[in-house]
Each structure stands twice: as structure tokens, then as C-alpha cells.
Ligand binder design. Structure first.
Ligand code: ZN
Length: 263
């Protein structure tokens, strides 16, 4: 049995030992004859340590990416906990974000941030970000200055892990001559709606697909969606509970038929 190592400088014997034991633990003797993706092994180990054997098994058996390509013949596990499926989902949403923003007249980069207040209020914080954004967008001055936008919500833990840095990157449509005034008013209203730490900022758009890919961290070392082995057990439980079924790509001013159905 081998592991597709991504050259992170680990001791090969240590990897072999941990792959052997984790595969045997999850799959029994069958596991000794299979090859696994290194990240799948790491995540499956974290899940097993938390007693989540069923999910660990699904992640371990999820087809890895071979030479930059997904193995389309094998069924992916589609779990949020899976690095491969999470990346695949991020690529799909980045493409959707880029596609929606491609028709904007004056595209500009948007960052909206509304950090949570504690480590256990992620679900509330994400829904608050969405609801308060709807309130802001319904204000007449906002609707006329920024008729369209598409953003991707991201929820990493803050440094120290005491809260969640709930924020969203994306692209909106605001004419250059009113941008400064719009940004100042939007920041003031957003602070009033969302309180301390709230950010509503615009930046010049240099590369649409680059921004879409950055929004979903595609192709990077860091995952858009935190993985079970990069957060504590309590944080993973909170993420798992808060983001189940949550739609994380938000678009406004888009025809209903074009609205993103995927989350
Ligand atoms: Zn998977």
C-alpha cells in the first residue's frame, strides 16, 4: 500500500506506518491493497480520532486527483470534510462567480466582513451576514449605486480560535465616479447594521478569474473550507453544524434563471 505524497517533506517511513494503521483501522485487510491520497489519509485520521468512522471511510475511499485530473470513473464522496471534493466544489463555484460577474458594466472587488462574537455562533453569524446584506441592498441609494453583485462567503477561525472571521469576497457593479462616496456610505451603514469589526470595502479589479479563484482559494495550499485536520474538534463540530446546507455563493441583481443553485 502506498500514499500519493505531495512532497511536504515528511519521513516516508512515518507516512507508511500511519497510512498502514489508519487504512487497516478503517478498511480492515482490504485497506492494505489500496493506494491513498495523502490529504485523504490526514483528514481520515482526524475524523477517526473524533469517532467519525463512517465519514473517515468515505473520505479515504474518495478518488484522488491524478495528474491534475479527477478520476471521473469513480464516485466522489461529496463530503465537506473531503479535501478533493471541497476543492472540486470551490472550482465549480469560482467558475459560477466569474460567469455571473462577466456581464457587469463596472466590475469592482468587494470585501464584506462581519466577524462572529464567539466560537459557538457561526451559524447565527453567517445568517446574520446574509440578512443584514439584504437589508443594506434594499436601501434605495444602495440599489441604484450597486445594482448587481456576487460574493462567496468564507468562515475561517480567527487567530487564537476565539471567534470566526466570517467574510465574503466577490465582485459588484459600481460606476467609477461614485465609488468613493458609495464605499464610504456602505461602510457606515454596514457598521451600523453589523457592529464592531464590520468591513465593507471596494478595491480595483485587476483580474476577474484571479479574484474568483482567490475567493475560493482554488489551487492554493489553504482550503476555502477548513478541513477537520486543520481545526480543533470543537471548531469542526461548529463548522459542520453551521454550514450544513448553507448557500455560500450569494448573488443579487441577477435574473432568477441565472441565480446560483449550487452552494
Ligand atoms: Zn471526496
Amino acid at each position: 500500500m502506498t500514499c500519493h505524497s505531495r512532497q511536504r517533506g515528511y519521513d516516508d517511513r512515518k507516512i507508511a506506518t500511519s497510512v498502514d494503521s489508519i487504512a487497516h483501522l478503517i478498511l480492515g485487510k482490504r485497506g492494505l491493497a489500496l493506494e491513498f491520497d495523502e490529504r485523504h489519509v490526514e483528514v481520515a485520521t482526524a475524523l477517526v480520532l473524533r469517532g467519525e468512522h463512517v465519514r473517515a471511510r468515505r473520505v479515504l475511499l474518495c478518488p484522488p486527483i491524478e495528474g491534475g485530473q479527477y478520476d471521473m470513473a469513480r464516485k466522489p464522496c461529496r463530503l465537506r470534510a473531503c479535501p478533493t471534493c471541497s476543492e472540486r466544489r470551490a472550482w465549480r463555484l469560482a467558475g459560477k462567480l466569474e460567469q455571473l460577474a462577466s456581464g457587469y458594466t463596472h466590475p469592482v472587488v468587494l470585501l464584506v466582513a462581519a466577524p462572529s462574537r464567539s466560537s459557538s455562533d457561526l451559524k447565527l453569524s453567517v445568517s446574520e451576514l446574509k440578512l443584514k446584506l439584504v437589508t443594506l441592498r434594499r436601501r434605495a441609494w444602495f440599489a441604484s449605486a450597486c445594482p448587481r453583485g456576487v460574493i462567496a462567503v468564507e468562515c475561517p477561525p480567527t487567530n487564537g480560535g476565539y471567534r470566526w472571521n466570517v467574510h465574503a469576497h466577490g465582485i459588484c457593479d459600481v460606476a467609477p465616479d461614485i465609488r468613493e462616496e458609495f464605499a464610504a456610505r456602505a461602510q457606515a451603514d454596514w457598521s451600523e447594521l453589523r457592529g464592531a469589526g464590520a468591513v465593507f470595502g471596494l478595491e480595483t479589479l485587476r483580474n476577474e478569474s484571479g479574484l474568483a479563484q482567490y475567493s475560493f482559494k482554488v489551487g492554493g495550499e489553504k482550503s476555502w473550507s477548513p478541513m477537520p485536520d486543520t481545526v480543533t474538534a470543537a471548531q469542526w463540530d461548529e463548522l459542520d453544524h453551521a454550514l450544513r446546507g448553507a448557500r455560500l455563493l450569494i448573488a443579487w441583481g441577477t435574473k432568477r434563471s441565472q441565480n446560483p443553485r449550487c452552494s
